[in-house]
Ligand binder design. Structure first.
Ligand code: DGT
Ligand code: CA
Ligand code: CA
Ligand code: ZN
Length: 575
């Protein structure tokens, strides 16, 4: 059993406890346990199976949770969970994902109407029955209907990070087979899209038929959707991500890679271009209409070349004007992971991070970075033990001490300062003045009117100590949309004031996204890509932020943390 599965079971139970209005303290202990397990480097299963192992050594896991984990390992569930599932059907958990509907409402809806499914809830709203419950009205019904629509759009999609993990495991498994020449991912995953619907893998080599047989027998497969001569489709894991594998002949490989990478819109444009040039493009190759002779198909580059185009990086293939640029040979040179020289948003054990300052610095050094900024939370985030003015100053001094000892890279003293409701900083200017790098972020009052939210962000930018705006839209992928505000106005103001826009690389956020990045760039904004790490292990998430930047057509010159240390200091005007 994977750590993720243990964690999911605890988190789920915490949700059910919340629906049952159980004690908040116990609920929190389950949630903390879940996040401790998820971030733990060793496998929980191994510790549990080791006679000398002791899971209570993990901070966040006490005696109670320890016996729960043992029970889960033994029989795949535990008593408390079983009891709750007797009271509330498991479909009630899905209702928690509907934005704006809390656990108390879900319990109430169940008790009054015995409704625990999304379809049932939708019907209640349409029949105007929800408003008969206390504290619910027509407005709530409308809001819930909107949330249901949003939820359905998200449902069945998966985080890029999850797709990557699955793709890597399956590709490694397939490579162990005989006669495999090449195996590559295509589809939205190759385009670096923040969420993917399914995984598309392509494979060549004489061992292809055997590989398809092995593929459907992959241990994590839960369902075989199809298994033919050249293609097989399966679902894997409890999450049920679909994976399509196609076996191809070498002479078609480039055409298939191009076709199945998409996007569909990009492909349609490309096919039209081919037609205008007297050719036809499909997944087997590029062919001259006259005589049906193959012009290209073995390589993707060959196809673009034959269409008189520069090769277009997959992240740009969204039909946003990239084909015209490729025809004019003026595609931008995109940033790549190797360009990154620092990471400017991370947390430590001083607030809600799981690594010490030294551990974060060491992990960053191991990645080859030249600098980082430690940006713990400010006091408004009391749950995260955020810093007040006194601790901000003391902690900055500690950061400088560590830096003076020569940890192998430069460590800047920073802060993720909360933007309060009216746009004021959560920390006095006198304390902010002690810092090298202040990231300002919204963590509360996310349901303001758009105009209010815009003013709030504009005011935050006016503070002369603010260097960057963190996770600007507040979205959490597959979970909640960003709050609405006038992004263009804020981006313009940020550009004017030299405030950087953060591209938050945390796979649950990936905030801001490509269309916003391009719009902001057109107004002269500059960017920083940061991981918002709460654990040393999370620092490599930088690659997801880089994918977002590439989807936003950014080059290294647009991103301040590609600069060497000396220039970086100048750029952000640090002393
Ligand atoms: P996803 O899986 O929803 O995140 O998005 P994609 O882009 O991976 O879409 P998917 O898996 O349905 O198909 C993979 C690629 O195959 C897609 O990006 C383009 C190509 N493709 C699929 N269906 C069509 C089609 O009807 N026409 C064209 N031109 N291309 C298609
Ligand atoms: Ca796909
Ligand atoms: Ca597919
Ligand atoms: Zn934050």
């Amino acid at each position: 059993m994977e750590n993720r599965e243990f964690a999911q079971m605890l988190a789920e139970t915490a949700d059910l406890m919340e629906i049952a209005s159980e004690d908040g303290f116990r609920i929190r202990s389950y949630r903390n346990g879940a996040s401790a397990i998820e971030g733990h480097p060793e496998r929980i299963e191994d510790i549990l199976n080791d006679p000398a192992g002791d899971v209570t050594r993990i901070s966040g896991i006490g005696k109670g949770l320890s016996s729960v984990l043992k029970e889960i390992l033994r029989r795949g569930s535990f008593e408390r969970r079983d009891q709750l599932l007797e009271r509330y059907p498991p479909t009630a958990l899905e209702l928690l994902k509907i934005q704006g509907l809390g656990p108390k409402s879900i319990a109430l809806i169940w008790e009054h109407f015995r409704v625990s499914t999304i379809d049932g809830l939708e019907q209640l709203c349409r029949d105007h029955k929800l408003r008969t419950l206390p504290r619910m009205g027509g407005k709530v019904e409308e809001r819930v209907l909107r949330s249901i629509a949003q939820y359905r759009q998200r449902a069945g999609r998966f985080l890029l990070s999850f797709a990557e993990q699955t793709a890597r495991q399956i590709m490694a498994y397939l490579k162990e087979g005989e006669g495999i020449e090449r195996i590559l991912p295509a589809g939205s995953y190759r385009r670096g899209k923040e969420t993917v619907g399914d995984l598309d893998l392509l494979l060549t080599g004489p061992g292809a038929p055997g590989a398809l047989d092995r593929f459907v027998k992959y241990p994590a497969v839960t369902e075989v959707l199809g298994h033919g001569q050249n293609k097989a489709s399966v679902r894997v894991g409890t999450e049920g991500l679909q994976v399509d594998l196609r076996a191809l002949a070498e002479e078609h490989f480039g055409a298939a890679l191009q076709y199945f990478t998409g996007s569909k819109e990009h492909n349609i444009q490309l096919r039209n271009r081919a037609l205008k040039m007297g050719m036809t493009l499909n997944e087997y190759g590029l062919f001259r209409l006259e005589g049906n002779t193959q012009v290209a198909g073995a390589t993707e580059e060959g196809i673009y070349e034959a269409l008189d185009l520069e090769w277009v990086p997959p992240e740009m293939r969204e039909n946003q004007g990239e084909i015209d640029l490729a025809a004019a040979r003026s595609l931008p040179k995109l940033v790549s992971p190797g360009d990154m020289r620092g990471d400017l948003h991370m947390h430590t054990t001083e607030t809600d991070g799981r690594g010490s300052l030294e551990e974060m610095a060491e992990a960053a050094r191991a990645l080859g970075y030249e600098y980082i900024a430690i940006t713990d939370h400010s006091k408004a985030l009391a749950m995260a033990n955020g810093l007040d003015e006194k601790r901000v100053v003391e902690f900055a001094a500690r950061v400088r001490e560590v830096n003076a000892r020569g940890p192998g890279l430069h460590v800047f003293a920073g802060l993720e300062c909360d933007i309060r409701r009216e746009g004021e900083m959560d920390i006095e200017d006198s304390a902010l003045a002690e810092l090298d790098f202040v990231v300002a972020s919204v963590h509360s009052y996310m349901n303001l009117e758009p105009a209010e939210m815009t003013d709030r962000l504009l005011r935050a930018i006016e503070n002369r100590h603010v260097r960057a705006l963190g996770h600007l839209t507040g979205r959490q992928l597959l979970h909640r949309d960003g709050y609405p505000f006038d992004f263009e106005k804020v981006a313009k103001a940020a550009a004017r004031r030299g405030v950087l826009l953060e591209i938050n690389a945390s796979p649950e956020r990936l905030d801001i996204h490509a269309p916003m990045i391009r719009l902001a760039k057109s107004h002269g904004a500059r960017f920083v890509i940061s991981t918002d790490s709460h654990h040393p292990k999370s620092l490599p998430n930088m690659r997801f932020g880089v994918a977002m930047a590439r989807r936003g057509w950014l080059g290294p010159g647009d991103i301040v943390n590609t600069l060497p240390l000396v220039k970086f200091r100048e750029e952000i005007r640090l002393k």
